[in-house]
Ligand binder design. Structure first.
Ligand code: ADP
Length: 604
């Protein structure tokens, strides 16, 4: 047993061998036990007729403690709460007369030492009769349990009639000693059960804590240890139904493998147990309706072969599904499983089942994310390679188109064709550039080497760059920048691209004669800057706003769709903002206009 609840040892004194059962102090501190033993002592004094009766219990130190005393006040003051070694008593008892299964009598003339080391000597004048009681006589009942192990003692003195007790009184004393034994054994049992409940409770808590573990391997290892320690068992089989690690789950703590036929039966029992939300106890002493007599016999044969006398089978599961089985094994020093232990084990099966399911889902999800990430990386590589390969021939096409465009000898039909080819080639060129940019800002291996970037200046340069485009539509730029430069820390090319994409969209999706505001300021929080691009154009519907930054997303608004575009500009913007640890927000209303606001860390 764990925590030294009891220790059984054997000692022999000459012809008699005593089994001594020492019990942890907890059992004795129980007031209920002391009260019961007091009733025994009182009975001996009042009913059997003695001046003093003392009951002692045996501690795990090997000492007897007097815990109940009835009769003489002087004896109570002197003896109650005192300790004496059991070994000394047993030595004296080697010469004792056996007056019954428990009762031992040592006449004063046989005592080897002063009896006061064992008990109290009354101040009493002996009567001159061979059957008369002598103050130095020792009459003691050894309190033994069902297994015959010593648990304590009950000694008496001062018989009312001054005589050594005859057969009737000896029988009565035996009965009282038996009563004391029962009180002691049940107190020990109570303490032992309390201890088990406490351990099972600890196991339950540990399993619950382990449930935070999101990989099934470590989760099962932690649970296995908690159950073995918590239930103080000799062996544990833990098996989950869809675990490929067969070796691990087949073995118990000592590595005893389970035969395949037994595994199959275990699975069936676990599923039946889960269906009925119960556990199953199997031992030679106990049959259960869940098992056929043959199954019961097969399990008992197996248990015998692995030196186990009882097992508690507990299903693991969640919802409708039974996910595995726990089998807790005990050998013959342990009796049956208590209700509290069974309840705790069942709860562990449920907690562990739920945790296992979560861990499995999490593992599956992690695997899926890994696969998707690999797929995404592959796609990015493919796009980057194709785009790169397209870039050179496209540049050649554009170069030749420009050359042809200046050829006066070309017919007007030929000129129209060349211009159409030119428009198409430019669109393709834009697409290729966007794809290359997207691949670049989406590549986690491509890290930024930051420098100081004056955002106000970047806005001004972009406005100049887009001047022609804006003029075509009669759109005007307003620049709102503070006197002092507002400086970010980042990749100048990427930040320039960010402003260009937002500003060119603002122009593209503005009506003729619109106004576009480009601005920057420090704040709102300390150490940040805010840059904005506002227009009075088409605006973006609420539903479109949800997908605005997705790759290849283009508006559902036909007016917006009429403008050329790839649906990649804002995706690139969002990635650049993310790479610079910033944030982007959009504020837009259909037919009124749109504002994109980007917050970035200010350069230190
Ligand atoms: P593109 O402009 O090439 O289509 P973007 O990713 O830059 O791709 O923009 C995605 C969509 O968001 C656009 O198709 C457009 O419908 C909408 N959008 C972006 N900016 C604005 C804006 N300033 N005003 C109205 N709609 C916009």
């Amino acid at each position: 047993m764990g925590q030294g609840v009891s220790v059984v040892e054997e000692t022999s004194s000459d012809s008699t061998t005593y089994r001594i059962h020492r019990v942890m102090a907890d059992a004795w501190s129980h007031t209920a036990l002391k009260d019961s033993l007091q009733v025994v002592a009182d009975g001996v004094v009042e009913v059997v007729g003695f001046g003093v009766a003392a009951v002692s219990v045996l501690h795990d130190t090997g000492e007897l403690e007097v815990v109940a005393l009835s009769g003489d006040d002087g004896a109570r003051d002197e003896l109650l709460g005192t300790f004496s070694p059991l070994s000394g008593l047993l030595e004296e008892l080697t010469v004792a007369e056996h007056w019954g299964p428990r009762l031992r009598f040592v006449p004063h003339e046989r005592l080897s030492q002063n009896v006061s080391t064992i008990g109290w000597v009354p101040d009493y004048e002996p009567v001159d009769d061979p059957d008369a009681w002598h103050p130095m006589d020792l009459l003691i009942a050894l309190i033994t349990d069902d297994a015959g192990e010593i648990r304590g003692s009950m000694s008496v003195d001062l018989p009312d009639d001054g005589m050594r007790p005859g057969p009737e009184r000896r029988r009565q004393l035996e009965t009282y000693a038996e009563q004391a034994a029962r009180a002691i054994v049940s107190a020990v049992e109570r303490a032992r059960l309390g201890e088990r409940v406490r351990l099972a409770d600890t196991a339950r808590k540990v399993v619950r804590e382990a449930a935070g573990e999101l990989s099934s391997g470590p989760l099962l290892d932690a649970a296995r240890q908690a159950v073995v320690d918590g239930f103080d068992i000799q062996g544990l089989w833990l098996r989950t139904f869809d675990d490929e690690d067969d070796e691990r789950q087949r073995a118990n703590r000592e590595g005893t493998p389970i035969p395949a036929a037994m595994l199959e039966m275990g699975d069936r029992i676990a599923r039946a147990c889960w269906e009925h939300q119960r556990a199953l106890m199997v031992s030679t002493r106990r049959e259960d309706w869940l098992l056929s007599p043959e199954e019961h016999q097969r399990i008992c044969d197996f248990l015998l072969a692995v030196h186990v006398t009882s097992i508690l089978v507990v299903p693991l599961g969640a919802g409708q599904e039974c996910l595995g089985v726990l089998a807790l094994a005990r050998d013959d020093t342990d009796p049956d499983w208590s209700d509290a232990e069974i309840a705790a084990a069942l709860e562990i099966g449920q907690d562990l089942g739920r945790a296992l399911l979560t861990a499995r889902l999490f593992e599956r999800e992690r695997k899926l994310v890994d696969e998707l990430q690999q797929l995404d990386a592959y796609k990015s590589r493919l796009i980057a390679t194709v785009s790169h390969e397209l870039k050179t021939p496209l540049s050649t096409v554009i170069g030749h188109v420009e050359l042809l465009d200046t050829d006066d000898e070309l017919s007007s039909r030929g000129q129209a064709s060349v211009q159409a080819i030119g428009r198409g080639a430019h669109r393709l060129h834009n697409l290729v550039n966007s794809l290359l940019m997207l691949a670049k800002v989406g590549d986690p291996h491509n890290v930024i080497e930051p420098v100081l970037v004056d955002i106000g200046r970047a806005l001004k340069e972009v406005a100049q760059l887009l001047e022609m485009q804006a003029d075509d539509r009669d759109v005007t730029f307003d620049l709102v920048t503070p006197q002092d430069a507002v400086v970010a820390h980042g990749d100048p090319y990427e930040l320039d691209q960010l402003v260009t994409n937002l500003a060119s969209n603002a122009v593209k999706y503005s009506g003729d004669g619109g106004r576009v505001e480009l601005g920057v300021e420090e704040g709102p929080a300390a150490g940040t800057l805010t840059m904005w691009v506002s227009d009075e154009g088409l605006g973006i519907s609420e539903s479109d706003q949800q997908q605005l930054f997705a790759e290849f997303f283009r508006s559902t608004n036909p007016q917006a769709l009429a403008q050329p575009g790839t649906g990649l500009g804002l995706t690139i913007v969002a990635r650049i903002v993310e790479r610079h640890h910033g944030r982007i927000e959009v504020d837009s209303e259909l037919g009124v206009g749109t504002t994109f606001r980007v917050t970035l860390p200010l350069a230190p």
